[in-house]
Design a protein around this ligand. Structure first.
Ligand code: XMP
Length: 513
């Protein structure tokens, strides 16, 4: 077990995930947990995360320096690095030199931590203060143009740290640095696999549910499929999967989900709730309001399904709902420590206040590519595991403006063409997902067959990503874009313009709403 002490970094889960990638089990604890309690869990190593504050700022989160003398190996990153430096008698100063974003690091003495890593490489930094002198007994390993001490170690004491963020993808060799610490300095064994997550969750769910019954909200995507497969392992046929067709799915999707899932899950309950959802959305254009309405209607539908499938609950009986919630859903809905609400994912921030279900969310700490790895380990079909993400609220958040049946039909047609062309070009695996967005309240003038048209634009938004937390716009080949554009404007009445979204995330998000 490696414990990541969270100092309010957005990156704590990312660190935990990188540790899992190094095949070592990891969990996160808040920095407010007393050091005795951290040590009582007998971690093989401790990682101090980055954080937004200066170590000298008033109210800056600190840590009892006993952590550094306990004999347990400790690795500090960014803020954690500065805490280690100041806690052990080194110097941290406001040098006035701030470094944000990509920075070149020069490795002087590689030591154990930076062994075999190129002498000059690029890393991701985000700090105002700098370590100006390492504590006694430490070897300085690297520097940058404005930071004399950018990495250090004291291998005999099992202590090491770097000023940068090795956990982010933009830091070159970040994983190697982390693995040097875990494997070579802390001596952690590489025994953990994705199947351990399954076993752990199966245990936990058995404890939570006892001999109760649960329903699983299946969306057709990989997350809920993997969640369902795990819960099925835990409670067998006391699980019923429910798929809600809310009328905002893509062309042919419900039939396909039914076919795919009936092979894997015995009981699939398909609910046609299109009228209920679309009526509830009448007159609504504001994105958060749409998301809340959709979240609420989902829950109402599952409540009704629960009663239909299991009968009325006995007095005191708990109703369980399985959801495939992932870590990024939690963060973006404002659920992480100190994170702000970007958008309310239907299964987190979009839940109604009077929720009667107790939730089972076995994937809540994972990222999508980890979930895919679990899905493969569980033997789910690859069409299911590699399906591109599609948001729970469906096309409802891809119609900018009010959601109506006519607009949904238009968007469904355009979306089907775009997806068909992407598949034909063999690009499905290269592209993370490609929303097609209907600008329903916008019209533009066009000319077709010698006549004037006054139709709607659609936007295609192909993106690449590793985990949906950040994304880049995908450089689709022009001929693929051209085919999509020509076919949509020719085949979809009312659409006379196709535009391409060339915004990364941040500053954009993947979906438009
Ligand atoms: P954004 O738009 O926040 O999307 O960059 C990140 C990823 O999440 C998907 N998404 C959702 N998935 N319920 C979901 O199940 C939601 O409410 C929701 N909103 C966005 C989006 O498609 C992308 O993959």
């Amino acid at each position: 077990l490696v414990l990541v002490v969270d100092f309010g970094a957005q990156y704590a889960q990312l660190i935990a995930r990188r540790v899992r990638e190094a095949r070592v089990y990891s969990e996160i604890v808040p920095h407010t947990l007393p050091v005795e309690e951290i040590l009582a869990r007998k971690p093989k190593a401790i990682i101090l995360s980055g954080g937004p504050s200066s170590v000298y700022a008033e109210g800056a989160p600190g840590i009892d320096t006993a952590i550094f003398t306990s004999g347990t190996p400790v690795f500090g990153m960014c803020y954690g690095f500065q805490l280690m430096a100041s806690g052990l008698g080194g110097e941290v100063a406001h040098t006035g030199a701030r470094e944000y974003g990509r920075t070149d690091v020069v490795v002087g003495e590689p030591g154990t931590l930076l062994a075999d890593i190129p002498a000059e490489h690029r890393v991701w930094m985000s700090h105002g203060d700098s370590v100006t002198a390492a504590p006694e007994g430490f070897t300085v390993l690297a520097s940058t143009a404005s930071t004399p001490v950018a990495a250090f170690e004291n291998v005999d004491s099992g202590l090491a740290g770097v000023q940068w963020h090795p956990e982010v993808l933009h830091s070159e060799h970040g994983q190697a640095v982390l693995e040097h610490f875990l494997h070579d300095i802390a001596g952690c064994r590489q025994t953990w696999t994705m199947l351990n997550i399954v076993e752990e969750q199966v245990e936990r769910i058995r404890e939570q549910v006892g001999d109760g019954r649960a329903i699983c909200a299946l969306s057709g995507g990989v997350d809920s499929a993997v969640a369902a497969a795990i819960v099925q392992r835990a409670i067998g046929d006391r699980l019923t999967c429910v798929y809600v067709d809310h009328g905002m799915m893509r062309l042919g999707e419900t039939e396909q989900v039914r076919r795919d899932f009936e092979e894997v899950f015995d009981a699939l309950d398909v609910v046609d709730a299109a009228d209920q959802f679309i009526d509830a959305l009448a007159g609504v254009s504001e994105p958060e309001q749409k998301r809340k309405i959709i979240g609420r209607e989902f829950i109402r539908t599952f409540e009704a399904a629960q009663v239909r499938v299991f009968g009325d609950a006995d007095e005191g009986e708990t109703a369980y709902l399985v959801q495939g919630t992932l870590y990024p859903d939690v963060v973006e809905s404002g659920g992480g420590a100190g994170t702000s609400n970007i958008k309310s994912h239907h299964n987190v921030g979009g839940l109604p206040d009077d929720l009667k279900f107790e939730l089972i969310e076995p994937l809540r700490t994972l990222f999508k590519d980890e979930v895919r790895a679990v899905g493969e380990q569980l033997g789910l079909p690859s069409t299911m595991v590699w399906r591109q993400p599609f948001p729970g609220p469906g096309l409802g958040i891809r119609i900018i403006g009010e959601v109506t049946r006519e607009r949904l039909d238009l968007l469904r047609e355009a979306d089907a063409i775009a997806r068909e062309e992407l598949t034909r070009a063999g690009l499905d695996r290269d592209i993370w997902q490609m929303p097609v967005v209907l600008l329903a309240d916008v019209r533009s003038v066009g000319v077709q067959g010698d006549g004037r048209t006054y139709g709607h634009p659609v936007v295609i938004r192909p993106v690449t990503s590793e985990d949906a937390m950040t994304a880049d716009w995908a450089r689709l080949p022009y001929d693929v874009i051209e085919r999509i554009s020509t076919r949509i404007t020719n085949e979809v009445a009312e659409v006379n313009r196709v535009t391409l979204d060339v915004t990364s995330k941040p500053p954009g998000t993947i979906e438009w709403e």
